[in-house]
Every structure is written in C-alpha cells, then in structure tokens.
Design a protein around this ligand. Structure first.
Ligand SMILES: Cc1cc2nc3c(=O)[nH]c(=O)nc-3n(C[C@H](O)[C@H](O)[C@H](O)COP(=O)(O)OP(=O)(O)OC[C@H]3O[C@@H](n4cnc5c(N)ncnc54)[C@H](O)[C@@H]3O)c2cc1C
Length: 485
C-alpha cells in the first residue's frame, strides 16, 4: 500500500529545463503549494561550458536504448537526470526557434504570441531591441570576436569569405548566416533553469523540491488525475495533487503516461497494461535533428579550455546547421576517446519522424527511442550536400586535413543525433487525432493534467530546442497559474 505522504496544489513531475521554470514561476503565488519531484540528484552536473558531463561514467544522465535508422543497430541516448535536467548537461547553445518555425505551430503560438515570453525569460545585452529582454532569469551571452577560440575565428572567416552573412545576433526573428552562438551562460559557466528559476526561491515555504524521487504512475479518480505514485529511498509514496504538470522530458513524459494507461491502446494492450484513455499520439511523431560530422586532424588542438563553449559559432543555412566544435570530443566529454576535430552537419528540418516504444510493463525498464532517421531520400541528399559544404569550409579555414575516420565509403555511416528530441506528445487542435495536448497544453481527455516540456512541441524548431522549451514552460506556468486564459 502506498503511503499518503504529501499534498500539493501543483505537482511538477521532472525537474529539468521545463520543470524548474514551471515550479519556480507557479510557486510565486504563496498560497499555492508546489511540489517538484525529480528522479535524479539535486546537484552533480559540472557547470563549465567546455565540459559535457554525458560520458559513459556520468551519474547525471539516463541512458536510453535508441535506434537511429530503421535497419540500424541499437545505440545509447543520453538525457539529463539531475535537477536542471538536460539543460544542466547540455552545450549551452540557446538559440530561439525562428519566426518561420512558428508558422507551423497553432495560431495561438504564432511568433507575435510567443515573443513576449521569449523576452520575459532572458537577460540579453541586446535588451534594447524589440525582440529582446533585459530582466529575465536566463542570462544570454555570446563569445566576443576577440575571445573566440581559433576554431571559431577561422570558421567565421571561411564562411564569410564563402559569401555567408555575418550575424551578430542569431536570436533575431529569422537570422541565418554565421555568427556567435547565444549561450545560457555567465563567465564560461552554464546557467540551467535550476540555477535561474529554482535556486533563488528555495526558501519559499510553499515550494518543495524532492530529488531522487521518481514518479512511476499517475493516479486517477475517474477522468481526473489526482496525484502520482513516487518512488524515493526505496519506498513508494502517494503524492496527492490538485493539478499535475508533466515535465519529464520527451522520453520520460510519454513513458509515464503510457504506464498510467494513457496512450495508444494497441501498444498498451500488447503489454497487458490497463487502458484508461486511448491517446494514439502518445510517444508518436517525435522529431530530432540528425547529425553527421566531418572529421579532421586538427593542425593545433591546443590545451583543453573548460571555460569555452563546445560550440562558439555556428552557420545557419536554409535547412542545415554547421557546427565547428571548439575541441575534439576526447577533450570535452569525459570518458570519450576521440582525437579528431569535427564539423557537425545537422539537418534542421528533417522529414522523418520516430516514436517512443515501451519494451516492458515494468516502468523501471527504459523505453526504446526509435528515430527512423534518413528514411526519406531528400534527408540523405541534404546531409550529403552539407558534408560537401563542410569540406569546402574546412579547406578554406586551414583548421586541419580531413581524417580517414571510416566515413570515406559512406559519409552518412557516422550518423548521430543532436539529442534535440521533441514532439512525442505534441500539441494540436481538437480535430487532430494525434494531438496529445490542446493549445493550453492540457492533456486531451484527462482533467487536471498538463504537459509543460519539450514533448509538446508541435513541430521541431529549425534551431536547437532549449530556448524554445524554456519559452513553452514559461507559458505553461502562466496557464497553470491562471494568469493567461
Ligand atoms: C547532451 C545534450 C546536449 C544538448 N545540447 C543542447 C544545446 O546545446 N542547445 C539546445 O538547444 N538543446 C540542447 N539539448 C537539448 C535540450 O537540452 C533539451 O531539449 C531540453 O533540455 C529539454 O528540456 P525538458 O524539460 O523537455 O527535458 P529535460 O531537461 O530532459 O528534463 C526532464 C527531467 O525529468 C526527469 N524525469 C524523467 N522521468 C521522470 C520521472 N518519472 N519522475 C521524475 N523525474 C523524471 C529527468 O531526470 C529530467 O531531469 C541537448 C540535450 C542533451 C541531452
């Protein structure tokens, strides 16, 4: 029997990028008791921008089995598992979705509608521009030209010489070209939403943060969710709640929904799970940016610089993002052996969509992330064209000679992922049979249940998703708090 240990007006499940925003914002009302449960530890993710703490021995990530191509082998996908979530272990790149991206979202999420929320969340030195804010919790900074690592400086020179525009602000509404990456960082240290939205308010009596606490199942009373079963310290506790906001991420949120009987009936019944609400879109339609890299032998890798972002500059073209990584991954990801310099080539508007598949009726067994990358010929040729462009820019930059990394026979053989999973419980209109949440991010067919994380993105931004996920969470917090109708 579960023990009824606590009550919350609002229970936030998952203390990642989105969950910390929702808990921090909603608990501003002292009359609202907010409980945040996070499966991972409270701290442990080193904050230096030049270190990605996601290597094989990391204690702050989940390792999900993943299959990138339909006929390909399984690999492992890391996601943050710590207060701050993936945003506490990521590259610190904080580029907004473009204005054009929002033309694919429901009209109530047009660029004009979301802009105030982007402005509210940030403190950007460009704060005097119409599309920026200068008093929000997230600091947004860029590496000054004079401070760029030689990789970034040489790449900018090569790209501008090749005719690409230089953009000082890649967070302009439709910025394309080459320029410094907006970073959620201060003085070379990553600032997660746990730092920005949660830490300043931990003394609020109405805010309770439980680390090492994993929700295993939602609890319902008829059509209403009334709480969750939470495992902590080897015990299962029942947390009763007036409202539950799922922020367990694009894998964790559909996983928890399905284990609570909310999901595609066919998949649930195959595993003998009870069906409460047949929602065919749960876990379906996920998107991410496939990435291949051009490896080279760096002419001069230089010493590791933990204070420098793994990506200081980037080139945005129509549907590609070129990423000249500042240092070999062997220097930035603990436990990884990789001596090569790399220019990443990511497809930012991929046509393939994947799914999250349950493998067991036991909620402790991680689901499979099935990407189905490169099913479409157009995706393959776009990436191949991107590799050609990377080759031209490498040659012009003088950064090094292409390496024989085994990619010569099939340049797409080294396919990877940007780890930008989104849209596994996507937002949509009432007539969309695959919509999991409505335009206010309320779960369809269930009362008292919201989703506030990257799972709800209706289509993948053509930029990394972190800034956009934080914007969505800002907005969901307002819906939950009743500040916006
Ligand atoms: C290694 C890496 C690098 C990345 N780099 C960038 C980048 O530089 N720029 C960019 O734009 N994007 C980047 N991303 C993606 C970006 O960080 C994510 O899109 C974003 O952080 C997602 O936020 P979220 O709140 O949806 O999920 P998360 O931040 O992943 O939060 C989910 C949280 O829920 C917790 N959780 C899961 N299940 C449960 C449960 N059952 N009970 C309790 N807690 C649970 C998890 O432990 C986690 O803390 C990167 C991602 C990774 C993994």
């Amino acid at each position: 029997m579960s023990e009824d240990l606590s009550y919350a007006d609002v229970l936030v499940v998952g203390g990642g990028s989105a969950g910390c925003v929702v808990a921090g914002r909603v608990s501003a009302d002292p009359d609202c008791v907010v409980t945040l449960v996070e499966a991972g530890p409270r701290t442990g993710a080193p904050g230096q921008l030049g270190v990605l703490p996601v290597g094989p021995a990391s204690e702050v990530v989940w390792r999900y089995p993943a299959q990138l191509r339909e006929d390909g082998p399984e690999t492992v996908l890391a996601r943050g598992r710590v207060v701050g979530g993936s945003g506490a272990v990521n590259g610190g790149y904080f580029v907004r979705a473009t204005a054009e991206d929002f033309t694919r979202w429901p009209r109530s999420w047009s660029y004009e509608e979301v802009l105030p929320h982007f402005r509210r969340l940030e403190s950007d030195p460009f704060g005097d521009r119409a599309w920026h804010g200068d008093s929000g919790p997230m600091p947004v900074t860029r590496t000054a030209s004079a401070d760029l690592h030689r990789v970034g400086a040489a790449f900018v020179d090569a790209a501008t010489a090749a005719g690409f525009d230089y953009r000082a602000d890649l967070n302009e509404p439709d910025a394309a070209g080459v320029g410094p990456v907006p970073l959620n960082a201060r003085d070379g240290v990553r600032v997660s939403t746990a730092d920005a939205y949660l830490a300043p308010h931990l003394d609020r009596p109405n805010l309770r943060v439980h680390a090492g606490a994993r929700a295993v199942r939602l609890v319902r009373d008829g059509d209403r969710v009334v709480g969750a079963e939470v495992e902590q310290d080897g015990r299962t506790r029942l947390v009763c709640a007036g409202t539950v906001v799922l922020c367990a991420g694009a894998v964790g949120t559909p996983h928890l929904l399905m284990h609570s009987g909310i999901g595609p009936a066919k998949q649930l019944s195959r595993l003998g799970l009870p069906i409460a609400v047949d929602l065919p879109g749960v876990g379906q339609g996920l998107e991410d940016h496939p990435e291949v890299t051009l490896a080279y032998r760096p002419a001069d890798p230089g010493p590791p610089r933990p204070d420098q972002a793994v990506l200081q500059v980037v080139l945005e073209t129509d549907d590609l993002e070129l990423r000249p990584y500042t240092a070999p991954f062997g220097l930035t990801v603990p436990g990884v052996d990789d001596p090569f310099g790399r220019i990443g080539v990511a497809l930012m508007r991929p046509r393939s969509r994947g799914e999250i598949v349950l493998r067991s009726a036991d909620p402790a067994v991680p689901p499979l992330v099935r990407y189905r990358y490169l099913r479409e010929g157009a995706d393959r040729s776009a990436l191949a064209a991107g590799l050609d462009l990377a080759g031209e820019l490498l040659a012009a930059s003088g950064l090094g000679e292409p390496a024989d990394s085994g990619a010569a026979t099939d340049p797409l053989a080294g396919l990877g992922t940007s780890m930008h999973l989104s849209g596994s419980c996507r937002m949509g209109s009432a007539d969309d049979p695959h919509a999991v949440v409505d335009e206010r991010c309320r779960v369809v067919g269930v009362d008292g249940l919201w989703i506030g994380d990257g799972a709800v993105l209706p289509s993948l931004p053509s930029r990394g998703p972190h800034a956009t996920v934080v914007m969505v969470a800002e907005r969901v917090a307002r819906f939950v708090a009743g500040l916006d109708a």
